[in-house]
Design a protein around this ligand. Sequence first.
Ligand code: G3I
Length: 360
Amino acid sequence: MRRRDFVLGALGAGLASTGAFDSLVRNDITAQAAFARGGIPYGAAVRTDLLDTELDYKEAIIDHCQIVVGEGGLKWIDVRPSQEQFVFDQPDRLIDFADRNGMQMRGHTLAWYGAMPDWTKTIASADEAERELVHHITTVVGRYRGRIPSWDVVNEAIAETPMRGSVIRNSVWQERLGPRYIEIALRTAAAVDPSAQLVINDYNIENPTSQCRDRRKALLDLLRSLKDRDVPFHAVGIQGHLPGDMEIDREGLSRFVEDVKRMQLEVLVTELDVIDDTLPANEYDRDRIVARRAGDFLAAIGEAARPSAVLTWGITDRYTWVPMWFKRSDGKLNRPLPLDASYRPKALMKVIDEFTRAAE
Ligand code: G3I
């Protein structure tokens, strides 16, 4: 069933609280009705250009989503092609689309090691780095103040393999400022838009490996140290780029979410997809494994807390980052997302629907 059909039956339901995502005026029946049902809002990362060029894509987003986030567009490489410039074409278009369709837009991302323009390599000192980071966040968050209710302020801050003495991932910010860049970023965002949900977003924490255990511990240590210093932030974004060939560590993940919740922080799923390069070629079998991984992942989180949102990183297998890094060797298309390349819902969509609506 398409989400549009599902939600149309929901008109008249009372407005229930959905955390950071229930504050804007909504003017479209689809997303508005879905918000009104009071389930966990679902959304997807969007390639903004496609909204103008591919009708099926645009309709799929409208049919299924209450939240959008730019897959790009708000990254430094997009907003800051040069030190002097701020380019807001893509996020301006996406937020207009979101407004017109009663959706909300998340902001991704303000302090990350990736997608940095070359000129940032010339940032030479701690003072200059702090000046640039504060200027950037002030300008970007300020432009959308009161309109973007949730920001991935700090993205992927934990080292790939955290080790004693090197727990924070290297970046221009870490090199010049050390870990205090995280505090600077959060304090700046909070000062500019005190109403926004400020998120620390990370990945690779959900499998039964020592690397994931170490990463969960490193992330919890970071959250605690920020809390101890009264640094303003509100949530942990669990990206959820799930390796299809690995079980979910349900107990470890649930315990992690409980620990997060105990710190009075929210959780949300920000970039769910299932990396299927090593899964069976047969599409039916593959889709079932993909759905089961996501189901286990969501269930483990749901046992400990109600996420404030669930977003997938893209909506259709037609447009996904996965083959950039995890192309299949048999030449078949990757199938990491809820809709197939022809926009037909797959088992993963059903799992997400059931999870988000169970909370209604
Ligand atoms: O737009 C250009 C296009 O003009 C050019 O022809 C083409 C040639 O390579 O590149 C296009 O840009 C690519 C862009 O994606 C648009 O799809 C960039 O090369 C490529 O680096 C960029 O990759 C993105 C990546 O982040 C880096 O920003 C992926 O789409 C995006 O899915 C990925 O998203 C990240 C999240 O931000 C953080 N978490 C992990 C997630 C997946 O890697």
